[in-house]
Design a protein around this ligand. Sequence first.
Ligand SMILES: Cc1cc2nc3c(=O)[nH]c(=O)nc-3n(C[C@H](O)[C@H](O)[C@H](O)COP(=O)(O)OP(=O)(O)OC[C@H]3O[C@@H](n4cnc5c(N)ncnc54)[C@H](O)[C@@H]3O)c2cc1C
Length: 95
Amino acid sequence: MAIQTLIRSEFDNLLFRHASKCGATVFNNTRVTENQLEGERPVSADWRNTSTGTQGRISCSYLVDASGRNGIMSTKYLKNKRYNRALNNVACWGY
Ligand SMILES: Cc1cc2nc3c(=O)[nH]c(=O)nc-3n(C[C@H](O)[C@H](O)[C@H](O)COP(=O)(O)OP(=O)(O)OC[C@H]3O[C@@H](n4cnc5c(N)ncnc54)[C@H](O)[C@@H]3O)c2cc1C
């Protein structure tokens, strides 16, 4: 049986570049620092480039929060993150 390994950083980079090729405007090394909301609806986001320190604000009609476990919208703004206690578990790993 052959075991295939995937280098996560390479795979992420491939998807990132592909999104760009497909026409998405992509930002690298850029953190969202704040979101501005009208009611519960996000209308813009403040960002900061962690390499250059450049900052700015981008407006949006829709926002997809893909910040993973950070869950910026649910944790910081909507405060509606709920943990399922039945799925509590522990994982150990090593590199
Ligand atoms: C050690 C480890 C091993 C794993 N192994 C496997 C495995 O073998 N197979 C498997 O299927 N799953 C595995 N997982 C789980 C898998 O990695 C996650 O389920 C998956 O990555 C979640 O995808 P996501 O897009 O929701 O979040 P993520 O992949 O975490 O992506 C979130 C992104 O948002 C960015 N981000 C966060 N906050 C901000 C911010 N303020 N501004 C801008 N960007 C921000 C982060 O930098 C990141 O790039 C593993 C997880 C860990 C921790």
